[in-house]
Design a protein around this ligand. Structure first.
Ligand SMILES: *Cc1c(COP(=O)(O)O)cnc(C)c1O
Length: 374
């Protein structure tokens, strides 16, 4: 289900079993912990080691990512498994200084003896940046700043230095960007976000270009127990069917909101790599297939009489005034939501909002946001 088909067709059909008379058309969840034992080692025997519901989603995401996929209990289970499998004490790991904060804190607080090099996503990447590294983890577009780096160029530099490259593709999704085609060794994501898309499960995956590396990751998943619940996996597979439709509406909403906010007197800066006005657009439009619905902007005070209000209060007022935007963390879901990133300790301005455009009608969402801005 790849080359000649469009994204919508690929999402709808990804990971479906071949048609068989009397069988269900859509994948059905298998929640079993125990399976009747057989002499064939390929058969399922225990729920931590393998499950048909996992394999259906892994085959679907693997098709979209272009490699061999392993599903995990969360995005962080995926990230931490990659770090544990590829790194040993003394190794150097390059991490984005402006990416998802738990990747950095996991390495610093829960792994021993690594040399950690933090690099800004939009910084200058040279041979020196990756020299001596064992693993280079990229996150592009980065969360929450939405900066972008050149995956193909950094993969070339990293491979020349003997390093493997993993890309956190959460913001882009497998439809927005195919890091393995751009030369990365691994692509991984939190499928809690747009892939599952309904704000009701926590899940992650890694897809490897090399089947042998995929087998090592799969075996570490069984041993560490970072396994996803089959029910969540089934819900993600169900959600994946509409990823193309949801992303299209979310991107439409992001484009309209970006235009409405750009130049708005209360907005200090607005970022969305999909816009030709965004500094990340030249690289983003070269390597991304399409854009998603996450934008960030910095909210200023609500007028001359309110100039003394602190940015946190201005954000709280904005979210309370909106009828359609939930004050909630995470992104990529059906419902528009936003959160102030500084509350989580991200090194960003106090009034910076990460805004996840949902699938509401564009007209309604833009009108609601403009009304809430006053
Ligand atoms: C949310 C997120 C993660 C962590 O995923 P969980 O499913 O919450 O564990 C990792 N990377 C990025 C870019 C994320 O946005």
């Amino acid at each position: 289900m790849s080359a000649p088909f469009g994204d919508g067709t690929r999402c709808v059909h990804a990971g479906l079993a071949p048609a068989a008379p009397g069988a269900a058309v859509a994948p059905q969840p298998v929640l079993a912990a125990q399976f009747h034992l057989s002499d064939d080692p390929a058969d399922d025997f225990y729920g931590r080691a393998g499950n048909p519901t996992w394999r259906a989603l892994e085959s679907a995401i693997g098709e979209l990512d272009g490699g061999s996929c392993i599903a995990y209990a969360s995005g962080m289970a995926a990230v931490s498994s990659v770090l544990r499998v590829l790194l040993k004490p003394g190794d150097t790991v390059v991490l984005p200084s402006d990416g998802y904060y738990l990747a950095r804190s996991y390495v610093r607080e829960h792994m021993n003896g690594l040399v950690v090099r933090e690099v800004p996503t939009a910084g200058e990447w040279t041979a020196d940046t990756v020299a001596g590294a064992r693993l280079v983890l990229l996150e592009t577009p980065s969360n929450p700043g939405l900066d972008v780096c050149d995956i193909a160029e950094i993969a070339r530099l990293s491979h020349a230095a003997g390093a493997l490259v993993a890309v956190d593709n959460t913001t882009a999704t497998p439809l927005g960007q195919r890091p393995l085609e751009l030369g990365a060794d691994l692509t991984l994501a939190s499928d809690t976000k747009a892939l599952a898309g309904h704000s009701d499960i926590v899940l992650g995956h890694v897809t490897a270009a090399d089947p042998e590396l995929a087998a090592r990751l799969r075996s570490e998943r069984t041993a560490s127990g970072a396994v996803p619940g089959p029910f969540e996996v089934w819900l993600a597979h169900r959600g994946l069917g509409t990823l193309d439709l949801r992303l299209a509406r979310q991107a439409e909403n992001a484009a309209a909101l970006y235009e409405a906010l750009r130049g708005h007197p209360r907005i200090r800066s607005v970022r969305w790599p999909g816009s030709p006005h965004d500094p990340a657009h030249p690289v983003a439009s070269r390597q991304m297939r399409r854009f998603g619905g996450v934008i960030t902007f910095e909210l200023g005070p609500a007028g001359p009489d309110l100039t003394d209000r602190d940015p946190a209060a201005a954000v709280a007022d904005f979210l309370a005034a909106s009828r359609l935007v939930s004050s909630a963390t995470s992104f990529g879901g059906l419902h528009s939501s936003a959160d102030r990133r500084a509350r989580w300790g991200d090194q960003v301005p106090a009034g910076l909002l990460r805004f996840s455009c949902g699938c509401e009608d564009t007209r309604d969402l833009v009108a609601d946001v403009l009304t809430a801005l006053g």
